[in-house]
Design a protein around this ligand. Structure first.
Ligand code: PLP
Length: 385
């Protein structure tokens, strides 16, 4: 990466870690297909299986539960389905409940008919309305059972961490299936599939410093599995066909191992930088609004609005000052629309917000550089008004 630029957009993607790069490059050299039984094939298989153990450890799961996919979006499209196998028997899931502030790949509802999908509201602090969740589950008719509930552990825009324990208890009490989107939480705070009571966890390689184009659906049991989204040659024990990409998977595994080892120190160090950043923002602009300030948030994320200035305008100004931040979430078209997350939390979605997301390499100097650019940008606002 260009050394002169300051990258503060880790929730969009986290630059490749050195460990991930090296594992990826080594695996790229392997000539074999992981499904081949000869020596070359076995060498590629060994790389994939090592990564499976590394990814499982990141979320305290059994390696046999890890199904590699092309990313979290594919993992979501795989698991959000009415069609499951429970051992050899068919199981039909009757409805899908999702959080109103969830990522678009969850809001899309996977293979459910849109009429089977219900959004559960969140409050001003981004927390799921537990009463609404309980009410939706209690009010189910027989055809709707079992229900699937998919919630995000940490929000990609605000960084707000869901109080998952309470939601999980409710889902279990009603015999539901719990899917946790841990894409932003993984590697930033501890994620434990078993402690969460999750049946499935969704992960993405590029949010933890692995290469783009790899992810995983982590299954809590060997028995309950979605009918594959990608049928074919039966790779990944039949759960996701298509030749695995050992290079991307190896990088994902190496990144998972690295961030797991750093969980003891990194969150605290990054939270200190984040607090310094927030303090600086409010000192230079007392009327700035920090979304979710009262809620538990990821240590690396600040999402804030500068009253009287459009988030896109501020984002462009930061970019010109050599600092990469985002105006809301990354979106494929490059355009920024009103934030559905802010709308769901009852804020002015048009006002939007500037998302600053720190990473393992972020330094105090980066924060100071951000604050000095910020001072100039805010004074322009005052001059223009
Ligand atoms: N879930 C959340 C919370 C995300 O932030 C993202 C990516 O922004 C995804 C899912 C999708 O991940 P991927 O890019 O691997 O498809």
């Amino acid at each position: 990466m260009n050394k002169e630029r300051i990258y503060l957009d880790h929730n969009a993607t986290t630059p490749l870690l050195a460990e991930a790069r090296s594992a990826t490059m080594q695996a790229l050299e392997l000539p074999g297909n992981p499904s081949s039984v000869h020596e070359e094939g076995r060498a590629a298989r060994a790389v994939v299986e090592k990564a499976r153990r590394q990814v499982a450890q990141l979320v305290n799961a059994d390696p046999a539960g890890v199904v590699f996919t092309s990313g979290a979006t594919e993992a979501a499209a795989t698991v959000l389905t009415p069609h499951f196998k429970m051992g050899k028997a068919d199981l039909t899931v009757g409805q899908l409940l999702i959080g109103a502030a969830d990522h678009p790949c969850i809001l899309a509802g996977g293979r459910f008919d849109p009429r089977q999908v219900t959004r559960i509201d969140v409050d001003h602090n981004g927390q799921i309305h537990l009463q609404a969740l309980e009410g939706a589950l209690a009010g189910q008719d027989e055809a709707s059972r079992p229900a699937m509930v998919c919630l995000m552990l940490a929000n990609n825009e605000t960084g707000i961490v869901q109080e998952m324990g309470l939601a999980s208890d409710i889902v279990k009490r009603h015999g539901g299936i719990l899917v946790v989107d841990a894409v932003q939480a993984a590697g930033r705070i501890p994620v434990d599939l078993k402690a969460l009571g999750a049946d499935f966890v969704i992960l993405s390689s590029h949010k933890i410093g692995g290469p783009k184009g790899a992810g995983a659906l982590v299954c809590g049991s060997e028995i309950l599995r979605p009918v594959p989204l990608v049928p074919g040659g039966g790779q990944e024990k039949g759960h996701r066909s298509g030749t695995e990409n050992p290079a991307a998977i190896a990088g994902f595994g190496a990144a998972a191992e690295h961030v797991t080892a750093r969980l003891a120190d990194d969150p605290e160090r990054i939270a200190e930088l984040r607090d310094r950043l927030e303090f600086g923002i409010l000192k230079k602009c007392a009327d700035c609004l920090i979304y979710g300030a009262e809620a538990e948030r990821l240590p690396n994320t600040v999402f804030f609005a500068i009253p009287g200035m459009k988030a896109e305008t501020a984002q462009i100004a930061f970019d010109l000052a050599g600092i990469a931040v985002s105006a809301g979430s990354a979106c494929s078209s490059g355009k920024v629309g009103p934030s559905h997350v802010l709308a769901a939390m009852g804020f002015d979605a048009e006002q939007g917000g500037i998302r600053v997301s720190l990473g393992p390499e972020t330094s105090t100097g980066d924060i100071e550089a951000f604050l000095s650019a910020f001072e100039g940008i805010v004074s322009n606002r005052i001059a223009a008004s």
